[in-house]
Design a binder for this molecule. Structure first.
Ligand code: SAM
Ligand code: GLN
Length: 296
């Protein structure tokens, strides 16, 4: 338990604060679990740690500030400043999209492509690019989960890339196999990589500006991470059209998108020269991703 030179409230434990906070968040229509996350953060107990210690003045102030921000509508992930993605504990702030569970599935699809390419390879690393990396969620997961990879993480947003860089620095050894680069889609990459990437993966902005997203998303998450022109398809189309110039023979493009976009984008991939284009589901059973492969 943290000791606090400014004193403590003595008789109050974090368990009592938790009960009070659970009540407040539930009255606001939020899940009671959110109170646990906030109290664990303020108390420093960590998940499942003891909440029987006394509440310090400083801990209480931190807790109250977090609850105030949450009740004002800010996403819990920005308040905590981090969020879990696959095995990673990623720093997140309003410069980046909060990593989503459906994107964990997309990262898994990219890993399957890495494994397919690696199976036919003995020496050189599998070259991967995560375009529009945001927090680094997809690309850093690949670097950590597969040691035989060389990973490029790019973003057009300087702020997002700063977050990805901080997350990369926290990886330790796998960070040596990661390169961060700023720029729009393939323009961020050195031209020497043309026709040599094995897997290109992206969760680009794909939301139609005219569509309705939850207010919590629109009000707090970066617009440049969410919205794309032409009914949300402009960035997806640019990635499909550009990928054949950057992928090696047998390489794959893995794209996250919305259920109403998958059919057209899979057709477009076949139209620009991909040998096959498969549609994959998210955890809720909706069409969420396209995996397109070039012939060997
Ligand atoms: N890959 C992260 C994830 O899955 O959590 C972030 C995905 S977010 C939906 C889209 C990302 O693409 C944002 O970080 C945004 O800054 C970036 N982006 C938007 N336009 C871009 C462009 N023209 N070139 C590269 N990145 C772009
Ligand atoms: N999954 C996000 C949302 O609808 C959209 C992410 C994106 O545009 N790539 O909240």
């Amino acid at each position: 338990m943290e000791t606090d030179p400014t004193g403590d409230e003595g008789t109050i434990t974090w368990r009592e604060v938790l009960a009070e906070t659970e009540h407040r968040v539930m009255v606001a229509g939020l899940p009671a679990q959110e109170a646990h996350w906030i109290v664990e953060e303020a108390s420093g107990s960590g998940p499942g740690g003891s909440l029987d210690g006394p509440v310090t003045v400083r801990g209480r102030a931190h807790h109250d500030a977090m609850v105030g921000r949450r009740l004002a509508g800010e996403p819990l992930q920005y308040i905590l400043g981090r969020w879990a993605f696959r095995g990673l504990d990623l720093m997140v702030d309003p410069r980046v999209l909060i990593p989503r569970p459906e994107t964990e599935v997309v990262a898994g699809l990219a890993l399957a492509e890495v494994d397919r390419v690696a199976a036919g390879r003995t020496d050189s690393p599998v070259q991967v690019a995560d375009l529009g990396t945001g927090s680094g969620a997809i690309g850093l997961s690949i670097a950590v989960e597969r040691i035989g990879t060389r990973v490029w993480c790019t973003d057009v947003s300087t702020g997002a890339l700063a977050v990805a860089r901080a997350n990369c620095a926290g990886l330790g050894r796998p960070a040596r196999r990661v390169t961060l680069a700023e720029g729009s889609w393939f323009e961020a990459l050195p031209t020497e990589l043309k026709f040599s990437l094995d897997v290109v993966v992206a969760n680009p902005p794909y939301v139609d500006r005219a569509g309705d997203l939850p207010v919590e998303v629109v009000a707090w998450e970066p617009a440049e991470a969410l919205f794309a022109e032409r009914d949300g398809r402009a960035d997806l189309e640019a990635l499909v059209d550009g990928a054949p110039t950057w992928l090696a023979p047998g390489g794959a493009l893995v794209l996250e998108m919305s259920p109403d976009q998958v059919g057209d984008l899979a057709d477009r991939a076949r139209g620009v020269g991909f040998d096959e284009a498969e549609i994959h589901l998210d955890l809720a059973g909706r069409d969420r991703a396209v995996v397109a492969r070039l012939a060997q």
